[in-house]
Design a binder for this molecule. Sequence first.
Ligand code: MRU
Length: 343
Amino acid sequence: MTTQPAYSHDSIRAVIWQGDHLRLLDQRRLPADEIWLDCHSADEVAAAIRDLVVRGAPAIGIAAAWGVVIAAQRDPGHLDAALATLRAARPTAVNLMWALDRMKAAIVRGADAAALAREAQAIQDEDLAANRHMGELGAALLGRGVGVLTHCNTGSLATAGFGTALGVIRAGVSAGRIARVFAGETRPWLQGARLTIWELLRDRIPATLVADSAAAHLMKSGDVQWVIVGADRIAANGDVANKIGTYQLAIGARHHGVRFMVVAPSSTVDMSTASGADIEIELRSPDELLAYAGQRTVAAGAQAWNPVFDVTPASLIDAIVTERGVVERPDAGRMAALFGTAR
Ligand code: MRU
């Protein structure tokens, strides 16, 4: 059972449970091809997460939860191995560990495959509901007729649906608050260019692509009043790990008087991580930088460093929007007031 879209500007679902396997819209192939990949084992789900068939913090948590269900249906004697394989798929987005901890707790309570499927469905449904609520909360912070710049892809492709930062943009467009949407291309994997622009066009939201390196120039032009991004992990002091390039956007925004909003469900908040310095940043293959669309673009023998996330300090963030509420000017005290001292 998949919750169907009920809002305007919200038609895309990329993670679909089929009763005995998981169907994923292959995000490596968008926008040229809309191809679905079927996963029939926890190992296949873990590989799909690792290889970015499915990506975005909430979506990988949801996919991993369904991976546990497949393991419970097909190989219930090896659930711990399945949990470990899924957990190791990617290191930075805490939603992955959060979802697996929740599935593990259900297993400890004695859940069978059917009960685990209900838990995975609850994780997916709660994410969609959180996104819709955050959309309303975040849109309410915007003025009227504003321009926004977003980064990476935080939409239906990255979540159960509607999206986090892109959910605020969907809600803001629906409410007539947003006049212009700019999306950074998000080198090197091009989540912004390939996925966000496709998603927005599909849902009839006009958007303009900019090179990542055009962001400061765009902010100086006055066409953007808010930068709105998602998160992969939010530490107890309000520091935010998100797609590489987010940190430089926050610096540029502060310099130009542009406001900076982070939108993420509470499953992205990790109160057991004290600060951004404690967050593991995923390093991916240098080949993602050294080649483009399978074609080598850099001289043979060159080296490349490819961290795919960075940490934006809380001091550069105007608001963190979660489904539990908004933390303005986040710091450890304000985070603890909303989330307690440990999750
Ligand atoms: O490497 P990715 O594409 O999984 O990175 C995704 C991001 O950084 C998103 O901004 C984040 O996961 C939030 S998605 C709602």
